[in-house]
Design a protein around this ligand. Structure first.
Ligand code: C2E
Ligand code: CA
Ligand code: CA
Length: 830
């Protein structure tokens, strides 16, 4: 799998996972919001209220157990459709007088108002009251009591008819035991109590333990004996090793009754020793802890018993309850303060003031928060991966764009530069020149052509020839960079250089440097190679367009070739004139083609022995006066028209032969000139054949003059044409022998019957001391079975000497210039 695909997969997975996580987190949070709203304690409304009972409380609504009692009762009564009224006896505050007042009040209440089905009795005083007035006030009414500290009272009540309930057992001993374990070094146990029934039963138990724990000092602190201030003093001055047991203790010497809150406040603020308590109330207010009954649970059970009775259970069958479950409560801070061992406490101990742990406070949110974090994390990862994908994508885009740009640059480079030499190509330099140079700019255009590069190619092969060019380019490039020249490959072995800001001259520094580079030997392995080059240049003149300078330079370069290569020709007025003349000649040629504008002259060829005419060379002329073959033939060759001249002359000659024949004249072979550019006229041989047939001229009367160079080319096309001429029975003459690459070896195999020695050789060698060279050539040709025609013989002595040497035929002004046909046919030597 590719990198990007992996990323995309990962991104999708994390993104997909993050959504359910987020939803799940939201659900969890919603749950907390919904559940977090404190619902009112679900007390189900009863089907209907079917019973009404009366709760007689010994004290008042502020009494410290009252609230727990009511909570417990409601738990069991309300769902069962039992409602209750409460009446308070205020027994702790008002004593016997209060009880009497209550008696009157209740009697009136029961008589006047409601009818109750049962009675609930809270605490010792209410039970005593009920027992005292049972027959009179509550006849046959079921009664359930609770909160009774006096065991005997509770037990005896249970034996009475229509009464049952709970003994509120005291966990003082358990409290003391725990205190001893927690403070093994404290040996003074102080009991703080009052004279109430609960207070008295507490102290009784306290004293009973004295026997058991002999090493302990037991101290009785009866609050009923002291004023509030004295009590405070006493509490403040408790011995250091004491433990205070804060029991039932709400009244003082003056029979003032204190609330649980106020008493607790006094005790905890006065005593500086650990305070234990065997009752509910005051937890967390400065009391260290203790074991006590669970008031709420006791009252709930009492309610249940009452309900049973109301539903028809026999009250006699219900057992007296002596034991109520305990509840251990301790103050966390004080435990810490005294540096106590928590493990001593029972496992179900309720700890007050315990700081809420982080876990307790926020633990419930953790799954939701965790889920949220997970969702965010997943989302973060996915967006990170997305970013990664995006950058990855951008990177690869950039890469492919770079590749494209690079490819485009390469293509542009390829289009602009020569592949082999890595310099501008022809099109680029032409465009550059066209776009950069104006008529007013100063610059020179030079075209360089390596001389005889074709031979180099043949001798060394293409790749080495390329290396030679590369070497040359490297050398020229050095110059070009120094001089700010532009260098380009103009053709196979042609270079074009533009030299800005300079009009070069034959001996200027730039040209000298160029020739130095071109003529210095090129290292080829162990050897070196010397080459030469022909250069043509054209300089800006404020008239000529840049494009024309290229044409001019090319023309100058050809001129340099014509002038013998290895040199420079600067395009000048002469050349310009020539070029203009060429244009004129072209026009005239065109006119001549269209208007039968050519005629032939015939130069007689004389047999050197008999001095009689043995043949003629046909030479073309234009009817337009003043234009000679030396002018129009090269123009026709350059402009590709020579094939037309070839056909015209051939036809004129054959027609002439026919005319002569028809005139009864004696016929001699006539040779026509065949230019190498005529090779492209593939139909020429057929054309000749047709004409010979048409005019019924025997082929031997027509001879073809072919220049030495064409034989040297050794091209398949040339070979083919030579062979076809031979097959036709036409003789081939080699024209201008001695002007080309004079190697005599090839004469042995080329299909040539006659060799025409060029005038230049006659002029050069047919002089005293050198003429044996001519003689040897003649003898050699004869040995090779070739005839020899000597051209350009102008003097008698030349003729005589050549005749001595055995030359076969003489052609030259000495006998005759080219002359019209009717003169030629009757020509005779003097
Ligand atoms: P070429 O083939 O070498 O023709 C011989 C030239 O030498 C002729 O010049 C002729 O007039 C000249 N000539 C002959 N004897 C003498 C002499 O004793 N002294 C001097 N100085 N010149 C002599 P022409 O007719 O002016 O032709 C020049 C060239 O034009 C020819 O050279 C040939 O290459 C070409 N040419 C002429 N006619 C034709 C033609 O019909 N077809 C083709 N393709 N080329 C032709
Ligand atoms: Ca000729
Ligand atoms: Ca010739």
């Amino acid at each position: 799998m590719k990198k990007r695909e992996t990323y995309t997969l990962l991104r999708n997975i994390t993104l997909i996972l993050s959504v359910p996580s987020l939803i799940f987190a939201a659900v969890l949070f919603l749950r907390f919001i919904v559940l977090g709203i404190e619902k009112p304690k679900a007390v189900q409304a009863p089907v209907e209220v079917s019973h009404r009972v009366l709760f007689i409380s010994s004290y008042n609504p502020l009494y410290f157990t009252y609230e727990s009692q009511v909570r417990g009762l409601e738990k069991s009564l309300y769902p069962r459709g039992i409602e209750y009224d409460v009446v308070y006896m205020y027994a702790d505050e008002r004593g016997q007088a209060g009880i009497d007042m209550f008696y009157n009040f209740l009697k009136a209440k029961l008589k006047d108002q409601k009818k109750y089905e049962a009675i609930l009795l809270g605490d010792d005083d209410a039970l005593k009251f009920a027992i005292d007035h049972q027959n009179e006030m509550f006849p046959k009414m079921p009664m359930v009591y609770f909160g009774i500290n006096d065991y005997e009272l509770a037990r005896k009540a249970s034996e009475r008819p229509n009464m049952i309930g709970f003994y509120e057992n005291d966990y003082l001993e358990e409290t003391i035991n725990l205190a001893m374990q927690l403070f093994p070094k404290r040996k003074t146990l102080v009991a703080l109590h009052d004279q109430s029934s609960a207070g008295l039963s507490d102290i009784e138990i306290f004293w009973s333990l004295r026997e058991k724990y002999k090493e302990y000092a037991f101290v009785d602190l009866d609050a009923t004996l002291f004023s509030q201030n004295d009590l405070i003093l006493l509490l403040e001055s408790l011995p250091n090793d004491s433990i205070l047991f804060y029991m039932t203790c709400y009244s003082d010497k003056s029979r003032n009754v204190y609330s649980m809150l106020s008493r607790t406040s006094t005790v905890v603020r006065s005593a500086s020793v650990p305070i234990f308590r065997n009752y509910v109330g005051g937890e967390g207010m400065g009391i260290l802890g203790g074991v006590h009954i669970d008031v709420e649970e006791q009252c709930e059970k009492a309610g249940e018993i009452l309900a049973e009775i109301l539903n028809g259970s026999k009250i006699e069958s219900i057992p007296f309850v002596e034991q109520i479950p305990s509840r251990t409560t301790f103050d966390y801070n004080l435990m810490k303060h005294y540096n106590l061992d928590f493990s001593i406490l029972p496992s179900d101990t309720v700890l007050y003031n315990r700081p809420v742990t982080f876990w307790e406070q926020y633990g419930k949110f953790l799954p939701a928060v965790g889920m949220l974090i997970l969702a965010m994390l997943l989302f973060l990862i996915s967006s990170n991966i997305s970013r990664k994908i995006a950058t990855e994508l951008a990177r690869s885009l950039q890469e492919s764009r770079n590749r494209l740009i690079q490819r485009e640059e390469e293509l542009q480079h390829q289009a602009k530069y020569d592949e082999v030499l890595d310099i501008y190509n022809r099109r680029t330099i032409t465009e550059w020149l066209h776009n950069t140079m104006g008529k007013g700019d100063v610059y020179s255009v030079i075209i360089i052509d390596i001389d005889n590069f074709k031979m180099l190619n043949e001798n060394y092969g293409h790749s080495l020839a390329d290396s030679i060019l590369q070497y040359l380019v490297a050398m020229i490039r050095g110059l070009a960079e120094d001089g700010g020249w532009k260098l380009a490959r103009f053709g196979g072995d042609e270079f074009l250089i533009v030299i800005p800001n300079e009009r070069i001259s034959m001996d200027c520094e730039s040209i000298k440097a160029l020739f130095d580079v071109l003529r210095s030997p090129i290292p080829l392995g162990d050897e070196t190679l010397a080459i030469t080059a022909s250069m043509g240049a054209s300089c800006s003149d404020e008239i000529t367009a840049p494009d024309q300078h290229i044409i001019n330079a090319e023309g100058a370069m050809y001129e340099a070739k014509v002038r013998g290569k290895n040199g420079l020709v600067i395009y000048d007025d002469d050349m310009k004139k020539k070029a203009q003349e060429e244009i004129v000649i072209k026009e005239k040629l065109q006119h001549a083609f269209d208007n039968d504008g050519f005629f032939m002259l015939y130069q007689p060829q004389i047999d050197s022995q008999t001095k009689k005419v043995s043949g003629y060379e046909a030479l073309v002329r234009m009817k337009e006066p003043g234009i000679y073959p030396g002018q129009f033939i090269p123009v026709a060759e350059r402009s590709g028209w020579i094939w037309r001249i070839g056909r015209i002359t051939t036809e004129l000659v054959i027609k002439q032969l026919a005319a002569w024949r028809d005139g009864g004249k004696e016929l001699h072979p006539v040779s026509v000139n065949y230019s190498s550019n005529q090779l492209n006229d593939h139909g020429y041989v057929g054309f000749v054949e047709d004409l010979l047939k048409k005019y019924d001229i025997p082929p031997y009367l027509l001879e073809i003059e072919i220049t030495e160079g064409l034989f040297l080319e050794k091209s398949a096309l040339a070979d083919e044409i030579f062979r076809r001429f031979k097959d036709l029975g036409i003789r081939l003459l080699m024209d201008d022998f001695g002007t080309g690459y004079s190697s005599l070896g090839y004469l042995t195999y080329i299909p040539v019957d006659v060799i025409k020695l060029d005038k230049s050789l006659v002029d050069t060698y047919l002089v005293d001391g050198k003429d044996s060279f001519i003689k040897n050539i003649i003898h050699l040709m004869h040995d090779l079975d070739k005839e020899m025609i000597i051209e350009g013989v102008e003097e008698e002595w030349q003729f005589n000497r050549l005749r001595e040497f055995g030359a076969d035929t003489i052609q030259g002004y000495f006998f005759s210039k080219p002359i019209p046909a009717d003169e030629a046919i009757v020509f005779q030597t003097k």
